[in-house]
Design a protein around this ligand. Structure first.
Ligand SMILES: [Zn+2]
Length: 391
């Protein structure tokens, strides 16, 4: 018999939603908190958010999903007749999840107040690009212009069994300040669903991020009309194939996932998949809010200039724009006085370690990397290795 996820009840008290869920005989409570701005949009009329939230875990680890509470007919149809079989076609090891729950039709779900056009804001390159191209000043048709920015704290900051709260608070504050400064409604959601999944199988946010954003958005079905999901990959990188033990980044197929989750008058779009990372950076080089808010660091609340994401982004900006405009978010003096250190990192990570994310920016600095520079770099790596071996 297959393992089971049973969604027993969903209840709301003030701005907290609790779902009582049984996972293969163990009782769990998924607790999801919303800020005041979300309150009018919370919908508990279906199990939709929980089906999507647990779906990748269920496919990957062999669970079926059942409930006496209803699932939206449209979501059931999309998953049962399209999405799950598509993923299984590509990944025969995945479990063919059965969803046993009564169906509810769209007219049972309130369409009132569905006027939210939103996107997530992390202040990274992808999210700022979405805001720059779909925000108030953009040339997008008026019905498609953003009026809300979301910060979903569901798994992105997870490190093993905990989450660094100072980092989350810092990022949330930055997102909220941006929303206030530029006149967007700020929607905040946090949940423990990823910690619950992690009790039964290792949770990977890389594999689950689209599902987690949809988990949050589908709780807000009474408000969200359009949601733009910022994609990290271009359409030519589309893939649903999980290779061996390698993580299958959910961004590789978010076009599919988002179209399947577009139900009950709420449409999800993948933004940024039509262009390259360097084109996005180039766009942001002429978007003043980025000069104040661009934040990519994996280590600190402020960009530290030292992690792989900071290094990549500084080099990208320097390649296609004016790096001095970004002196509020990066230490430009440090970058300019230690430029050879950055070049060395670029050469090592791009050419020796074959990092695919640096291939696009390398040609812009190629002419600065001489044969002597390459030989010196390789020589110092060998010396360091020998010293470590003997030390
Ligand atoms: Zn950093």
């Amino acid at each position: 018999m297959n393992k089971k996820i049973t969604i027993k009840s969903i209840s709301q008290q003030d701005k907290t939603v609790k779902a009582s869920i049984n996972i293969n005989g163990h009782e769990e409570i998924v607790t999801t908190l919303f800020n005041e701005n979300c309150a009018p949009y919370i919908s508990l009329k279906s199990i939709d958010p929980y089906v999507i939230g647990f779906l990748y875990f269920a496919m990957n680890y062999g669970y079926d999903i059942e409930s006496k509470l209803p699932i939206s007919e449209e979501l059931y149809y999309n998953l049962h007749f399209h999405f799950i079989d598509s993923l299984i076609q590509a990944n025969p090891n995945f479990h063919r999840v059965q969803i046993n729950a009564p169906l509810t039709q769209a007219n049972n779900i309130s369409f009132n107040n569905k006027n939210i056009v939103a996107t997530g804001i992390s202040c990274g390159v992808d999210s700022l690009y979405t805001i720059a191209t779909h925000g108030k000043q953009s040339s997008i048709p008026s019905d498609y212009k953003l009026n809300a920015l979301c910060f979903f704290n569901v798994g992105a900051a997870m490190k093993g069994n905990y989450e660094p709260s100072a980092l989350i608070e810092g990022r949330k504050k930055l997102a909220q300040t941006f929303a206030e400064e530029y006149g967007y409604k700020f929607l905040y959601v946090e949940s423990n669903i990823h910690f619950i999944i992690n009790k039964y199988a290792p949770y990977s946010h890389v594999e689950n991020h689209t599902y987690m954003a949809l988990f949050c958005c589908l709780h807000l079905q009474n408000g969200i009309a359009k949601y733009y999901y910022s994609s990290g990959y271009t359409i030519k990188d589309f893939s649903i194939i999980k290779e061996g033990n390698k993580e299958l980044d959910a961004a590789h197929y978010d076009l599919l996932t988002l179209s399947i989750a577009s139900i009950n008058g709420c449409k999800f779009y993948s933004i940024g998949s039509t262009t390259t990372r360097l084109n996005k950076v180039s766009y942001l080089c002429n978007y003043p809010p980025a000069y104040k808010y661009l934040n990519v660091c994996v280590n600190e609340v402020q960009n530290d200039n030292k992690c792989f994401k900071c290094i990549r982004t500084i080099l990208e900006i320097d390649a296609v724009g004016d790096i001095t405009k970004f002196n509020k978010v990066f230490d430009i003096n440090e970058y300019q006085s230690n430029f050879n250190w950055y070049l060395r990192r670029l050469y090592i990570d791009c050419k020796l370690k074959k990092d695919p994310l640096l291939q696009e920016v390398y040609p812009y600095f190629k002419y600065k990397i001489s044969l002597t520079f390459k030989l010196k770099t390789i020589f110092s790596i060998i010396i360091n290795k020998l010293l470590r071996k003997n030390g």
